[in-house]
Design a binder for this molecule. Structure first.
Ligand SMILES: [Zn+2]
Ligand SMILES: [Zn+2]
Length: 230
């Protein structure tokens, strides 16, 4: 199929590959040896081990990591995955996500993508987080259990909101099904970590339903400006 309809690079548009070597080389990978040990945000010095946000209001997740910064050309690729049905990028980025995940030695029982609301899912036709989560679950040989977590309330888009608005916006928006998650250690997958509000709301729902632990893995990490922080 690639011969009949050659792909174009999701970063720069060049014909031939889904993400070309020149774009891949420009991705700002996060040095996993120099991140907050709780939320995975990059730190300026390796000596600190928790970021200021985790020192004040830690996430309920046991650990979160992201592969790279949410900057061009990765940003464009994620938008192409999210809004233009570029589903092949899930498989393309799976080895990068897996590499970060396997360096963490987390004990995982099942994988759950951060859900969209039913209305958003119908409108888009797919969930970009599932597209990323499916190859990870396959590689780990763990079940992908999308039905274990639902978004039960429509929330306005998080885009353009301040950190505190993002936290309020998703509070109580998710519901987990104890049938699937009780006593289980859950890996949540999403495309972008911005403030952690969405992952945290998902993890709260999972823990309320009896999950034994929650971890988060995202492809990208948006680094907010100081005035956006709580
Ligand atoms: Zn490119
Ligand atoms: Zn942190």
């Amino acid at each position: 199929m690639d011969w009949i309809f050659p792909p174009s690079c999701a970063g720069c548009g060049a014909t031939g590959l889904r993400f070309c070597p020149s774009c891949a080389a420009q991705v700002m990978r996060i040095n996993q040896d120099q991140v907050c040990r709780f939320c995975g945000t990059p730190l300026s010095t390796p000596a600190e081990d928790a970021c200021s946000q985790c020192q004040n209001t830690p996430l309920v997740l046991h650990g979160v990591r992201s592969w790279a910064l949410y900057q061009e050309p990765l940003r464009k690729a994620i938008q192409s995955l999210k809004y233009h049905r570029n589903l092949a990028l899930g498989d393309y980025f799976a080895p990068d996500l897996l590499h970060v995940l396997l360096s963490q030695h987390w004990s995982i029982d099942l994988v759950i993508p951060v859900p969209l609301s039913p209305a958003r899912q119908r409108q888009r036709g797919y969930n970009q987080a599932s597209v990323l989560a499916r190859p990870i679950a396959l590689a780990l040989q763990k079940p992908l259990v999308s039905r274990g977590l639902k978004k039960c309330r429509e929330t306005p888009s998080q885009v353009g909101r301040s950190a505190s608005e993002r936290w309020e916006n998703v509070q109580g928006a998710f519901e987990a099904d104890p049938q699937y998650v009780t006593g289980r250690s859950v890996l949540l997958i999403d495309d972008v970590f911005t403030t952690g509000a969405t992952l945290n709301a998902c993890a709260e729902a999972l823990l309320a339903a009896g999950a034994s632990a929650t971890y988060g893995l995202t492809l990208a990490r948006a680094i907010s400006h100081a005035d956006d922080q709580l």
